[in-house]
Ligand binder design. Structure first.
Ligand code: PEP
Length: 263
């Protein structure tokens, strides 16, 4: 890892009702405190969870005194209006979120989200003062065709558009190869590092070195305790976006511990 503060995020997807979400968030907070104390003040790891939208407010209330960060799993780009079933960035903030995942491959594949739609969401989050966690990643067919970097960079460009470096100061990118999500297959640390380095090089070319060095690029795709340390020790992997292994503290906390170990 680097001078960038490691960021470990748990995407709970469509799991955990309010009592279960509040209980798990409490277990994570209880485990974070001794890890932070043992690491000392010079080592920081940011930890963020994305519960289902209906549990966000209750979880926020229950962890209000802690360092645990909260994220939405998606948002709509309009602040309000006749958009049945949607949630705006301001409402996510109102419920206690400081971050929001956008462009997750499940949203792209199952709900038809395009780069253009994700670009609107990104702008809306920044305007509302939320930190976007922008997901990019290639399918297995694209990887096998040698298109990985082209696909990932096109998704990045499509989302960032002409936003300035200062507008993007808080941006977090998550590289999530689609074939590694929920499959138990993980990109090798070297393969993941190569894509992360390509993302950082693209950010440097488009927005300057200072932004490129500041943006945290997370890896996502079957991260677990047994592979976290090796992935997180790659120079351009600044953290993890974790799905399945974020659904219990037994699986998630060792990943946070791995981030402290390499911080
Ligand atoms: C995800 O959904 O963002 C994810 C990375 O899932 P998993 O860790 O289960 O592969």
């Amino acid at each position: 890892m680097s001078a960038r503060v490691p960021f470990i995020a748990g995407n709970w997807k469509l799991h955990h009702n309010i009592p279960a979400a509040v209980a798990l968030a409490g277990q994570i907070v209880d485990a974070m405190e001794p890890l932070a104390r043992a690491a000392g003040p010079s080592k920081t790891v940011e930890v963020c969870i994305a519960p289902v939208a209906t549990a966000l407010y209750a979880v926020a209330q229950s962890v209000a005194e802690s360092e645990l960060l909260l994220a939405g799993q998606n948002c709509h780009h309009e602040p309000q209006g006749a958009f049945t079933g949607e949630v705006s960035p301001a409402l996510l903030r109102d419920a206690g979120a400081s971050h929001c995942i956008i462009g997750h491959s499940e949203r792209r594949a199952l709900f038809g989200e395009t780069d253009a739609a994700i670009a609107l969401k990104l702008r809306a989050l920044l305007e509302a003062g939320l930190v976007p966690i922008l997901c990019v990643g290639e399918t297995l067919e694209q990887r096998d065709a040698g298109e990985t970097e082209g696909v990932v960079i096109a998704q990045l460009r499509g989302a960032l558009g002409d936003l300035s470096a200062s507008a993007l100061a808080t941006l977090i990118v998550a590289y999530e190869p689609v074939w590694a999500i929920g499959t138990g297959r993980t990109a090798s640390p070297a393969d993941a590092q190569a894509v992360h380095a390509a993302i950082r090089a693209e950010l440097a070319a488009s927005h300057g070195d200072s932004l490129a060095q500041a943006v945290r690029v997370l890896y996502g795709g079957s991260v677990k305790a047994s592979n976290a340390a090796e992935l997180l020790s790659q120079p351009d992997i600044d953290g993890a976006l974790v799905g399945g292994a974020s659904l219990s503290s037994e699986l998630f906390v060792p990943i946070i511990a791995a981030a402290y170990a390499v911080a």
